[in-house]
Ligand binder design. Structure first.
Ligand code: FAQ
Length: 321
């Protein structure tokens, strides 16, 4: 038997062991053998998720200096800081797969990796802050709770922590909107207008329809994803309609209707041409978001250098003068 044949046999054996673990719903950990495709899929998804958390600080960060009260400002500041933390947990999870954060950031800045489509829309009024909490964090929770059972250990564990914070975010958004709905007619109109603008982009967060999703089938087989894009989109619609009714806003979809036979709401088709434009870099704020991220990265280089020098000093690699 040649070495190559032996290697191949070994690899087949390793793959069988990996598949068995997945079938038994056991976690794959960083030191376990994994197929290259599994590793690449995880790097792609986790990095995209991490980038989304960091770029996702911008739309709401835009309102930090203009929040209408000290209380709202403190809440918003805490939320935006949480998103930074989520980005860090996720970059750390990605690093266990053999890529480093600097490399991933470079890939984002060079347009080689994506971030969520949702963060390419502008935040025009303070009601947008509430609607982002309600709809965007609501959609994020819907998508992310099943990821707590993802087959890759470090990703699943990061998601547990993130989901706890996202649920606080969703509630703060809903509470803000409830308060505005009890205010003036103008405030109610602001909430309705923000709902109209964010509804369809929120549905697009779940990704393309299953029939046009190149990664879903394999990611489901590897139990990275636990539900398909369409299943989660439906779950989000079913969960959100009663919340909209309690709030007193209308969701901007004339086809939205309870279907007693299916036991779900029927709803209209998002504009997938718009989705494709946004994920190809041509959404309303793509250029602004990446330009801002690039500038922050460049302006922050002295902080990274100082942190690295400090770490070197304290790890004993540098002898004190
Ligand atoms: N935007 O075959 P699929 C948050 C891409 S929440 C941009 O279906 P997959 C919290 C996809 O990458 C937002 N691109 O792909 C927060 C692929 O392109 P590629 C982040 C999208 O991976 C709230 C292609 O389309 N959450 O940040 C989008 O199986 C408020 C084909 O798609 C996550 O990332 C999209 N919406 O399923 C922060 C959750 N959808 O890579 C601040 C984790 C699809 O081949 C404020 N990720 N694409 O070039 C996932 O669950 C999955 O990756 C999906 C996509 C479901 C997003």
């Amino acid at each position: 038997m040649t070495t190559t044949e032996a290697d191949r046999l070994d690899e087949a054996e390793l793959e069988r062991h990996f598949e068995e673990k997945i079938a038994k719903d056991q976690r794959i950990e960083p030191r376990d053998w994994m197929p290259e495709g599994y590793r690449k899929t995880l790097v792609r998804q986790i990095a995209q998720h991490a980038h989304s958390e960091i770029i996702g600080m911008q739309p709401e960060g835009n309102w930090l200096t203009r929040a209408p009260s000290l209380r709202r400002k403190a809440i918003l500041l805490a939320k935006v800081q949480d998103e930074a933390g989520h980005g860090l947990y996720l970059y750390s999870a990605a690093e266990t797969l053999g890529v480093n954060r600097a490399e991933l950031t470079e890939r984002l800045l060079q347009h080689k990796q994506k971030y969520s489509s949702i963060f390419n829309y502008p935040t025009l009024t303070f009601a947008d802050v509430g609607v982002i909490g309600w709809l965007v964090d609501g959609a994020a929770i819907c998508n992310q709770v099943p990821l707590c059972r993802s087959s890759y250990g470090p990703y699943a564990r990061a998601m547990v922590r993130i989901c706890k914070e996202e649920s606080f975010h969703q509630r703060q958004g809903y509470e803000l909107l409830m308060t505005m709905m009890q205010g003036t007619e103008e405030q109610r109109q602001m909430v309705q207008d923000a709902t109209n603008r964010w509804w369809w982009p929120s549905l697009m967060m779940f990704g393309p329809p299953d029939a046009e999703s190149p990664h879903t089938q394999q990611s489901m087989a590897w139990r990275i994803k636990r539900h398909t894009n369409d299943e989660l989109r439906q779950k989000f619609v079913d969960m959100t309609v009663p919340q909209a009714e309690a709030l007193g806003v209308t969701l901007p979809d004339p086809e939205l209707k309870w279907n007693p036979e299916r036991g779900h709401y029927d709803f209209g088709e998002p504009d997938w041409a718009e989705f494709k434009q946004v994920i190809s870099g041509n959404g309303p704020c793509n250029q602004e978001r990446l330009a801002h991220r690039t500038a922050a990265h460049e302006q922050g280089s002295w902080v990274r250098e100082a942190a690295a020098a400090y770490a070197r000093k304290h790890s004993g690699q540098e002898v004190a003068a």
